[in-house]
Design a protein around this ligand. Structure first.
Ligand code: RP5
Length: 182
């Protein structure tokens, strides 16, 4: 055996980690049209992390990388992904394009835009033709957080431990508001 070579094969886990765009296992995938969306969409990722939901985040665009976005959505189901989140700004077609290529639930988060402050993104995401649904959340960070919470609520239908965590989250939120002193 050549010097420095090991007999031991790399574990599947290590091999998978060498391909960051396809993590070993995710229940939720967050796609966004540009890296400029990440500042907002990290709130979705953080929320999923807080609930212990395995997920992955990628930049993929309905317009700039249309084949990648379509292929990702088409393969998501067979990879074990259960919910897709698509965030985009302006002519925000990412969530709609993903929904066209899968029957998994797709949640859309409109990003704020320079030109129209996100109204363009909201309308482009929400105004889907009947037959291809996208569950559209609020513009910007509240939408990012709520997309993750909505995804968790969907997953919680068949996962009692997640349902419990959602109840605890709501209880903590309620307590915080009630304890607010001005
Ligand atoms: C959309 O265009 C992206 O989702 C982003 O919100 C917006 C601007 O993208 P960049 O020009 O910053 O890459 O596709």
């Amino acid at each position: 055996m050549a010097k420095g070579k090991s007999k031991t094969k790399p574990s599947k886990e290590v091999a998978a980690s060498a391909r960051p765009r396809v993590p070993a296992f995710s229940l939720v995938a967050i796609l966004m049209g540009s890296k400029s969306d990440w500042d907002v969409m990290r709130a979705a990722s953080q929320t999923l992390k807080d609930f212990g939901v395995p997920h992955e985040s990628h930049v993929m665009s309905a317009h700039r990388t249309p084949n990648d976005a379509a292929e990702f959505a088409a393969n998501a189901d067979s990879r074990g992904i259960e919910v897709l989140i698509g965030a985009a700004g302006g002519a925000a077609h990412l969530a709609g394009v993903m929904a066209a290529h899968t029957t998994l639930p797709v949640l859309g988060v409109p990003m704020k835009s320079d030109a129209l402050n996100g109204l363009d993104s909201l309308l482009a995401t929400v105004q889907m033709p009947g037959g291809i649904p996208v569950g559209t959340l609020a513009i910007g960070k509240p939408g990012a957080t709520n997309a993750a919470l909505f995804a968790i609520a969907i997953l919680a239908n068949s996962r009692p431990e997640l349902r419990k965590k959602l109840h605890e989250f709501r209880d903590a939120q309620e307590k915080k508001i009630r304890e607010t002193v001005l």
